[in-house]
Design a protein around this ligand. Structure first.
Ligand SMILES: Nc1ncnc2c1ncn2[C@@H]1O[C@H](COP(=O)(O)OP(=O)(O)O)[C@@H](O)[C@H]1O
Ligand SMILES: [Mg+2]
Length: 382
């Protein structure tokens, strides 16, 4: 049996990658020409995949550029972030792990790095510092890529994924100022910063009072358009000896509102349920399966909400957008205008809704379908 051509839950950059031609070109140009870039979109739309794709192209075509991709997801405080930043920068500077240790002597003046190397240095190499020293000499770490690049006469691209994570550190504002002031002066390093808390990310880069204001270009990542999804789905069915009729191929992005992760997931289930040719029936069955597997998450999500938050979600679901109009507040029992505004913020911060030109939408299209059935008893295929 064939394996499914549709992938979700991992970054996709080769076989399972759809379109994004314009964004690829733009990001490629920016990063190779020294333009710092921030990419912003809700989670699971494709930021990490896009960066991975572009990085692969740069690696193939531009030999004089060293690249590091650092995922800040697991760095829970400033010290961990700085250690991670140091380790990954050192690793990116050379293909030989013996050289990594020498960097320690050459590039640090104040700090004394402790290296540890396991059986496989490529995956098991770490750098640690005395944490009280680390805080005093952040510059030394933040400047590491620049120093290494200058010495080796190469350029560096540093990609920081889940950048908004930094904002949860206690001393974040100081760190933010420091990063900007150090990075701004660097001549050989270009930064690509991306994350999914849109309000926080936009605020970070667009607000004149913040250090990262005008640090570089902002690339808001949109959803992939229907025509590209349809072509992608058809192509991948036919590549694996199956086919899908036009209606069914259009239904998949339509049902999932073009959400990258979910389009892949629904296409995957449809593909699995198809012997030869997929039609509407397979997509409908696949959708039921998809929602079914996700129910435990959705229930948990709902359990975390208060009564007025849940009511607000129902109002949004019904298409209301004047949420503080008294008729709306009464019909849906939303509480006071203050409740509404607090609850709105809560739902946004929890990644449940986002605002699209003054209106609110569910971020998760499958959750929305489940919600609709749960609270309005509507079918999944409305
Ligand atoms: N260009 C793309 N083509 C096809 N599928 C994609 C694309 N970008 C993202 N996806 C799908 O969406 C999922 C989430 O993508 P990811 O890059 O991890 O998003 P983000 O970093 O924004 O959270 C992937 O696992 C994949 O299934
Ligand atoms: Mg990501």
């Amino acid at each position: 049996m064939n394996t499914s051509p549709f992938k979700f839950g991992v970054t996709v950059s080769e076989a399972s990658f759809a379109n994004r031609t314009r964004e690829i070109q733009k990001l490629y140009e920016n990063l190779t020409q020294g333009v710092n870039t921030a990419i912003i979109s809700p989670r699971r739309w494709g930021k990490s995949s896009l960066v991975e794709k572009v990085i692969q192209e740069i690696r193939q075509k531009e030999k004089g550029i060293k690249i590091t991709v650092i995922d800040l997801f697991s760095a829970t405080n400033e010290e961990e972030f700085l250690e991670l930043f140091a380790r990954e920068s050192i690793k990116a500077s050379s293909g030989k792990w013996e050289e990594w240790m020498q960097s320690g002597k050459r590039f640090f003046k104040q700090l004394v790095p402790k290296f540890s190397v396991g059986i496989d240095p490529a995956t098991d190499f770490s750098v640690s510092f005395d944490w009280s020293e680390l805080k005093k000499h952040q510059d030394e770490i933040l400047n590491l890529p620049e120093k290494m690049a200058a010495q080796k006469k190469v350029k560096f691209i540093v990609c920081l994924d889940e950048f908004q994570n930094l904002a949860s550190y206690p001393d974040y504002e100081k760190l933010e100022k420091k990063m900007r002031s150090v990075w701004q002066r660097q001549k050989h390093v270009t930064y690509c910063l991306y994350g999914s808390k849109r309000h926080m990310m936009t605020d970070l880069f667009n607000s004149p009072s913040k250090p990262f204001y005008r640090f570089g270009d902002i690339l808001p990542l949109d959803k992939i358009a229907t025509e590209h999804w349809v072509a992608f789905i058809r192509e991948n069915f036919s590549k694996t000896g199956k086919s899908i009729d036009d209606k069914a191929a259009e239904m998949i992005p339509f049902m999932m509102k073009n959400h990258s992760w979910y389009v892949q997931q629904l296409a995957h289930y449809t593909w699995q349920l198809t012997a030869k040719k997929a039609s509407r029936r397979e997509v409908e069955k696949a959708l039921e399966e998809l929602i079914h597997t996700n129910i435990p998450f959705y229930q948990k999500e709902i359990e975390r909400l208060s009564a007025t938050q849940l009511n607000l979600l129902k109002a949004i679901q019904a298409g209301e957008y004047k949420l503080t109009a008294s008729a709306v507040m009464q019909t849906y029992r939303l509480g006071t205008p203050r409740n509404v505004s607090k609850n709105k913020t809560k739902l946004i911060n929890a990644d449940i809704i986002h605002d699209v030109q003054g209106k609110f939408e569910f971020l998760d299209p499958a959750f929305e379908k489940w919600f609709l059935k749960q609270y309005h008893n509507k079918s999944f295929y409305y």
